[in-house]
Design a protein around this ligand. Structure first.
Ligand SMILES: Nc1ncnc2c1ncn2[C@@H]1O[C@H](COP(=O)(O)OP(=O)(O)OP(=O)(O)O)[C@@H](O)[C@H]1O
Length: 617
């Protein structure tokens, strides 16, 4: 028997490990199962090149909980360790056999790197025992144990089977890990796609209390599709895998299979979900793996912000397992991964747009959100997105790219500064009257009706210097492209002034501006419009935008009432001798216009109804 001291610089590293190594204690299980996986994978590699002799038999990993003895064991049939190896790898903290193995056998898929994972066992254990036997011919069994002090015990034992059994004597503070549901839950979280079948069972439990069927089923799917070649996979495979990840999810729109091996390693599948309403968006749906070990579902920093809306998995051994935010942000690989994913997604969208435009257009309702969000937040994506961003016309529902729209409206929607005026509606139903008026002038009114569009419009006006956006109800149709100075009103100057005076009343919570214009006789008698700038600011404030918009949040809505002097109703109204009746009729005309803007509410609306009834009787 050999006795000795764990060789580390600090006198006693264990308190440090317990406290600081990992904030989440449950990851000890991830670390130990990962080691068991590594040991098994090493054996496969060595066997494939003839360095390990004999049958591999059924390679599996067992996690066994014994509540009576308060132990949790992790058992593998991998390479095992000789006494020298135990001394080298377990007695020297931060000495990793994985690094050594990797430098010798380049392509092996090994999880460990740092030589620290094993020690995480001491976060939850009073004592750790290792029973191991190397695959090497003539090897004998080795026993190692350590009770959390820097002293360890190492001796030879009889052991029949090749491989390693790690027995953790769970400490009092960690009693939560003596619960079968908890352990199964942790395994399902971290080990769901590990490459060797893992089984969980309980000892010391009455036979009839056991769920035999569950114990006979592996915890994991050792062969997830992201590690397979895209050419071997069918649409069904991708859809089934999506179901496996998100059992409640609807069939995704499409997916991108990532597969990079230079300058970093990355595989994965990103799914585009169907989105009906932007408020349904769920972030934190992408899962991050490192060699099939689950790391986190908080992929911020690795995946560009706008792609957090996607679902799926990313697997990269180049992302460290014990991720910490500050580490990730500074990591050059992470930056490259981020840029690569953006490029891949942009290329895929571009390819779909060019090759299957119809189906791209069908998906635009969901896709538009990603594309717009991406164009706003990532300039590289903006460059590509400019080519496949779509604007849908309200009249014939046809889709236009920006360039196509510019060409189509060139003759009528260029303003005096040479900019294309994009006329949009945020609500085709509510703004129907305004849309009809604009269409009467051959304008193409496009739909920009999602939550993100407000911000998108603001940003694109800064990024695209040749366009200007106006909402269809921001002015009378005549003024949407360029403000018309002259007005061919049939009214005299005096009559116009009188009319303006009649409309000079106050409405609570609104700032009204009145102008009299000579519009065509069949246009409405009064049109209420909301100036673009003010409305945008208020919309932004409404969505929680800060800065300048916050200033406008508490200001009253600004509305322009354009009185159509050419409408025949004024011929009689101006001559009306009953001033009360005249006033009521004028108020009603104004209220009808406000109603069309959805701005007539509360007491003003009640008054309008009462006045209308009175006018009828
Ligand atoms: N179940 C096992 N079978 C065989 N060897 C093992 C086993 N567990 C640990 N080892 C050996 O001990 C070494 C140290 O393990 P440890 O978990 O501390 O570090 P690591 O896996 O190399 O890196 P990481 O800190 O990233 O997990 C391993 O590299 C491996 O050589």
């Amino acid at each position: 028997m050999q006795k000795g001291q764990i060789r580390v610089q600090t006198e006693n590293i264990f308190p440090i490990i317990k406290k600081f190594l990992y904030s989440d204690h449950e990851i000890f299980l991830r670390e130990l199962v990962s080691n068991a996986i590594d040991a098994t994978q090493k054996l496969k590699t060595l066997s494939s090149i003839g360095e390990a002799k004999g049958d591999l038999n059924d390679l599996r990993i067992d996690v066994v909980l014994n509540v009576e003895e308060k132990t949790l064991s992790i058992i593998d049939k991998g390479v095992g360790m000789t006494a020298e190896e135990v001394d080298k790898y377990l007695n020297q903290l931060a000495f990793s056999g994985a690094e050594e193995f990797l430098s010798k056998y380049k392509d092996a898929n090994i999880i460990g790197h740092f030589g620290l994972g094993f020690y995480s066992a001491f976060m939850v254990s009073d004592k750790v025992e290792v029973f191991t036997k190397s695959f090497r011919e003539g090897a004998t069994g080795v026993y190692w144990s350590c009770d959390g002090s820097p002293e360890f015990e190492l001796n030879e034992i009889e052991k029949e089977e090749r491989g390693t059994r790690i027995v953790l004597h769970i400490n009092e503070d960690s009693a939560e890990f003596l619960d079968g549901y908890r352990i199964r839950g942790i395994l399902e979280k971290f080990c769901r796609f590990l490459p060797v079948p893992i089984f969980f069972s309980e000892e010391g439990v009455k036979e009839e209390e056991k769920d035999k069927e569950l114990e006979e089923k592996p915890i994991n799917n050792p062969n997830p599709i992201w590690v397979r070649k895209p050419s071997e996979l069918t649409t069904e495979d991708y859809q089934n895998f999506y179901k496996e990840l998100y059992p409640m999810g609807e069939t995704p729109l499409f997916w991108i299979h990532l597969n990079v091996d230079f300058p970093f390693n990355l595989t994965g599948i990103l799914y585009f979900p169907k989105i009906k309403q932007s408020y349904e968006i769920q972030k934190d749906k992408i899962q991050l793996y490192s060699n099939q070990v689950f790391v986190t579902d908080e992929v911020k920093d690795i995946v560009p912000e706008f792609l957090m809306l996607l679902h799926g998995v990313i697997d990269s051994p180049d992302i460290p397992l014990n991720v910490s935010r500050s580490y990730l942000q500074g990591d050059p690989n992470v930056k490259k991964i981020n840029a690569h994913i953006t490029k891949k997604v942009a290329d895929k969208l571009d390819e779909m747009f060019r090759n299957e435009r119809n189906s791209f257009e069908e998906k635009w309702d969901s896709l538009g959100l990603f594309v717009k969000y991406g164009m706003m937040t990532d300039d590289k994506f903006l460059d590509k997105g400019n080519k496949f961003l779509l604007l849908q016309d309200t009249a014939d529902k046809k889709f236009y790219t920006l360039e196509e729209y510019k060409t189509a409206v060139e003759a009528v929607q260029k303003n005096k500064d040479g900019k294309t005026v994009i006329i949009y509606t945020t609500d085709p139903v509510q703004q129907d009257g305004y849309i009809k008026a604009a269409q009467g002038k051959d304008y193409k009114v496009v739909k920009l009706e999602t939550l993100i569009d407000n911000a998108f419009i603001n940003q694109m006006e800064m990024k695209w210097d040749s366009v200007h956006f106006v909402r269809v109800d921001s002015d009378i149709a005549d003024n949407l492209v360029d403000v018309q100075e002259h007005s061919n009103s049939v009214l005299s100057g005096e009559e116009e002034e009188k009319l303006k005076g009649l409309f000079g009343f106050q409405v609570p919570d609104l700032t009204l501006k009145v102008e009299v214009k000579g519009l065509s006789a069949d246009s409405a008698p009064v049109i209420a419009t909301r100036p673009e700038f003010m409305r945008r600011m208020k919309d932004m404030a409404g969505m929680g935008g800060g800065g300048m918009s916050a200033f406008y949040a508490n200001m009253p809505d600004e509305v322009t009432l354009t009185v159509n002097g050419n409408h025949k109703v004024y011929q009689t109204l101006l001559k009306e001798v009953d001033t009360q009746k005249q006033e009521n009729q004028i108020r009603n005309l104004a209220d009808l216009a406000l109603l069309s803007q959805g701005l007539l509410k509360g007491a003003s609306l009640t008054e309008f109804i009462n006045r209308s009834v009175a006018l009828l009787s």
